[in-house]
Every structure is written in C-alpha cells, then in structure tokens.
Design a protein around this ligand. Structure first.
Ligand code: UGA
Length: 434
C-alpha cells in the first residue's frame, strides 16, 4: 500500500487516482477548484466517463480515496506525488507549462520527507528536469531528498477505466532505479508490461505515440479521399492493410478527422518542440493540415448532394468528438456546423450526452433537440458526425419517413453502402463509392 497524492482532479488525475485507490492504495486527489472537490466528495463526477462514478463511490466508501483542495497538506501526507494538471495549448501551439511549474513549487515548499514526484501530465521533453530544479529551489530543507519520474498516461476517454485496469504498458522514465522500481511495483496489480527508460525518452514516448496515431488517421483519410475518386472502398483497403502485422488494423477508420483534448494539442506541441529544437517536422505539419481539411469533406458532399446549401435544413447527429464522452474539445462539429450555416443552411442537432457542452460553445449556430426523431423532422438531409450507438442503431425506415428526401451524409461510415442502397437512401460516406 502506498500513500499517493494526485494533484489535478481532471480527466487524467481523477481516473488514475481512482484506479490506484481501487488496487489498494490510499489516494488523495486534489484540485484548486473547491466546487469540484465538494462535488467529488459527494461522489458526483464533473465529467462523463462510463464506470467512473461507481468506482469513485466504491473507493470513497472503502476509505481509500479522499478529495481535498488543501494541496500542501495532501503533499505532506503522501510519499508519491502524481502531477496530473492540464498542459493546455499556448498561443503558438506550445504546451502551456504554468500549472505544472506551479505544482512543482508547491511540492518544493511542502517537501517534509523523501518523496517520488511523478509526472503524468503530457509535458515537453525536459519538464522532468525542470520540475526537479523548481523543487530544489523551493524546498525549505535541502537535505530532504526526492526523485522525479515520468509516467505518461495512455487512457482513452470513454474507456478510461478499462484502459487503466488493463493497461497495455506502463512507461516509467527515471533518473533513479530505486524510484523507478517503486513506481513499477505500484503498477504490479495491473499486471502490465513495464517499460523503463530515462526521463526524456519517457516524455517523448507520449508525444510520439499520439503523433503516430494521429498520422495513421490523417493517412487513412488521405487514402479515403483517393479511394472515392478511383472507385475503391476504404473499409476494404483498411482491412486488407491491417492484416500486415507491421501496420496493424487499428486506427485506420476513415472519417472527418481526429478531435478531442489530446491529438490536436499534442501534435501541435510536438511540432513546436521540433521547431524549437531546430527540426522542421513537415510530415507532422501535414498531418495537422490534412486533419483540418478533412472536416470539410462532408460539407462538400452535402453541397453536392443538395445542389446548394442555401436555405436547406440539415439534421446533424452527434456533436462530441467521439462517442461515450461529453468532451467537445476540437470536436469536428465545432467547425462543420458554423460552415454549414455560413453556406446558408439552418442546422438542427442531436447528441445523447454532449448537448449542454456543445451548447456552451456554438449555441448560436443551431437548434438542439432531445431525440433523433425531433431533430430530423422535415430536414433536407441528415449528417452524421459522431458514431454514438443510438445513431448507428437508429431505425432507418423511420429516418427516411422524417426527412424531406432520403439524403444522408455519414462522416463516420456507420452503415454499409449495400444496406443504405437497400433502404433507398442517397448515401454519401467517406472513402466509399456513393
Ligand atoms: C487519445 C489516445 O488514444 C490515448 O492513448 C491517449 O492517452 C489520449 O489521447 C491522451 O493523450 O490523453 P482520446 O483522445 O480519448 O485518446 O481518443 P481516441 O479514442 O484516441 O480518438 C481520438 C480521435 O481520433 C477521435 O476524434 C476519433 O474519432 C478519431 N479516430 C480514431 C479516427 O478518426 N479514426 C480512427 O481510426 C481512430
């Protein structure tokens, strides 16, 4: 059993802290936001993540999981301090390190005995060293020792608990073998593969992994754009390519590009890191541009299908950047809906969970509804932006009755072209014959 404090009760901190508690540790999750802490103490979760509420409640009940906004006290009470605060995108695409540095100062001021400081936030290479330096400068007693470790997280929103409990690997970067060993032991109940390396490489692994996955997506989207011009079907192409174990079949789903709080931010940050280090990472820049452009593929398809968007009513299904989350950060809908409106269309939209979050961001561009039926009534076309199960499983015969004409543009390839032909739709998807 370890005594752990997690600073930052956002997505990453809350999920990791709860999972560490669940495997038997005593975990204090902290946050500067007292309202968030008050909510969490009552077992109320500020984000939508399947299974998280139950796990938080279970571990509060078992007295393994605690919440506080007294960060200094929480640091003093624990031996392992996880830094899991945000690193938002700065003005030039760089990661804004202000919160990480602030936490490092607080840790320094409250370093009452030996501690291991673990960076879980996605941070530029060199941050572990910077944290070490800041703690040294701020500690009151210079004889109190500490070690800094990098242990990046690889959770996906929507399946975070599952990803944490069955993690594929734990990357541990450290300057001290002892500290690395202790963090490896902490992960033993997850029965995962441990990959130990130095601080800088661990920090880089996180960026490289996300940038590579983003590259796979932009690549397959490019292939999709070619496929539809030459009569090939990208779903077959992905499946065929994926059989090569060097390529792998995952992350080859063509669509309207990646969104979310990670890929857009991390690809920008890595491009910035490369530039600062004197390397012009053109491949990565193209991945980013291709992703921005991919949003417009479905807008163009809609325009082609309807002749013009002027005066047309479009029923949009799905607003969040992917299913099973209410996260709207860099969601394709944030670009696509205003573009439809700019081109003269009016938009009605539905999302099973992200309705409020979406309204907070682009409410002026559309009217939202609580069901697929209400949304699609009398629309000139249906546009799918997120593959929520309620959307993939909707009654297509009913959808056809509701629409003025059976036109559907599907940015997520939810249905087979055969099925849609059988149902009598004019169906336009990504990278497949119309
Ligand atoms: C991603 C990574 O998958 C996690 O490993 C990582 O820990 C996390 O970022 C992070 O850095 O914190 P997440 O952003 O939750 O996780 O979402 P993903 O499931 O990876 O999807 C990202 C985006 O790519 C979504 O917009 C999704 O629609 C899109 N995508 C994914 C595709 O367009 N095609 C695919 O084949 C796969």
């Amino acid at each position: 059993m370890e005594k752990i404090t997690v600073v930052g009760s956002g997505y990453v901190g809350l999920v990791s802290g709860t999972c560490f508690a669940d495997i038997g540790n005593r975990v204090i999750c902290c946050d500067v936001d007292p309202f968030k802490i008050a909510m969490l103490r009552k077992g109320e979760i500020p984000i939508y993540e399947p299974g998280l509420k139950e796990l938080v409640e279970k571990n509060i009940e078992a007295e393994r999981l605690f919440f506080t906004s007294e960060i200094g006290d929480a640091i003093e009470a624990s031996d392992i301090i996880y830094i899991a605060v945000g690193t938002p995108m700065g003005e030039s695409g760089e990661a804004d390190m202000r919160y990480v540095h602030e936490v490092a100062r607080t840790i320094g001021q409250h370093l009452n005995r030996y501690k291991i400081i673990v960076n879980k936030s996605t941070v530029p290479v060199g941050t572990g060293r910077a944290v070490e330096q800041i703690i040294k400068e701020n500690r009151k007693n210079r004889f109190v020792k500490f070690d800094v470790v990098s242990n990046p997280e690889f959770l996906r929103e929507g399946s975070a608990i599952e990803d944490c409990m069955n993690m594929e690997r734990a990357v541990i970067g450290a300057t001290s073998d002892e500290a690395a060993k202790r963090i490896a032991e902490l992960h033993a109940p997850f029965r995962t593969r441990i990959f130990q390396t130095n601080l800088e490489s661990a920090e880089m692994i996180k960026y490289a992994a996300n940038a590579f996955l983003a590259t796979k997506i932009s690549f397959i989207n490019g292939i999709a754009n070619v496929c539809e011009r030459v009569g090939a079907d990208v779903t077959a192409v992905s499946a065929g390519m994926g059989l090569d174990s060097r390529i792998g079949g995952k992350f080859l789903q063509a669509g309207i590009g990646y969104g979310g709080s990670c890929f857009p931010k991390d690809t920008f940050a890595l491009s910035y890191i490369a530039e600062e280090a004197g390397f012009d990472f053109n491949l990565l820049k193209s991945v980013i541009t291709a992703n921005d452009e991919q949003r417009f593929v479905v807008v163009n398809k809609l325009r082609e299908a309807l002749g013009s968007l002027q005066g047309k009513r479009i029923g949009v299904l799905g607003l969040s950047f992917k299913p099973n989350t209410d996260d709207m950060r860099y969601a394709p809908s944030l670009t696509i809906i205003p573009e439809l409106v700019n081109q003269g269309a009016s938009v009605r939209a539905f999302d099973p969970i992200a309705r409020q979050a979406a309204r907070n961001q682009i409410a002026e561009y559309y009217e939202d509804f609580g069901s697929i039926e209400e949304t699609l009534e009398d629309c000139d076309a249906c546009l799918i932006l997120t593959e929520w199960s309620e959307i993939v499983e909707m009654d297509l015969t009913r959808v056809k009755e509701l629409l003025k004409a059976p036109v559907m543009v599907d940015g997520r390839n939810c249905f087979t072209t055969q099925k849609m032909a059988d149902e009598g739709f004019n169906y336009y998807s990504v990278g497949r014959p119309a």
